[in-house]
Design a protein around this ligand. Sequence first.
Ligand SMILES: [Zn+2]
Length: 286
Amino acid sequence: MPELPEVEVVRRGLERWVSGRIVADVQVLHPRAVRRHIAGGEDFGARLKGHRIGLPQRRGKYLWLPLADSPSAVLAHLGMSGQLLVQPQDAADEKHLRIRVGFEDALHTELRFVDQRTFGGLSLHETTPDGLPDVIAHIARDPLDPLFDDDAFHEALRRRRTTVKRALLDQSLISGVGNIYADEALWRARLHYERPTTGFTRPRTAELLGHVRDVMNAALAVGGTSFDSLYVNVNGESGYFDRSLDAYGREGEPCRRCGTLMRRRPWMNRSSYFCPRCQRPPRAVS
Ligand SMILES: [Zn+2]
């Protein structure tokens, strides 16, 4: 599953290669890829045709292409394996090509949605006055959004009877923080994932948000170097994951701060990685 920095890299690639172009035709090659567009693939294509693509937008891990001359937008669901590629028209079809979007210009490139496992897809939705596709109107802003409200997030943390990692993954509180970046930020903040948030002070919330932003910006800095090419790609992997992770995936390896062996615990059908010394569990669960 791609996380926010990977999705942002794709958004930037689309901004560069697709924004401002007018859709000439749409070819749906697999019905599952448009199953979230209830009226079907033919309707999806007909509604896009002739419309200009606006500036690609993102909130959390959600990515959409607004239609510049209509209160609607194409929402991209990347699922587990979805990719948005900008390819030369004469490039051979990918094995798992699901949707092809051609444009009314002489750039000789097209947008392709490729998805091996077909969990993802594209769908057209009406947009809210804020410009969000209506089906994601409940998703909170992400911490890299200039309009993210740190104070409101702090108040919500204190109000809810929850624990810190649950809060970070709660898309109605803060969006775009996935399992990997949550573990990384918690390691940096020296917070155990089960720590209750009710007692959080304002400085502690500010420090945590700072680490979340640092981790995401570091990933963006690495991922952002590859979007210059024509190949716009998302597959849930990035060089950052291999080189720069301090917590996620490091079970049994020494903590980079104190040398204690890192641990992994099952957590909500996923895993949590942490240093048992730097990130002491709260008393109730120790
Ligand atoms: Zn440690």
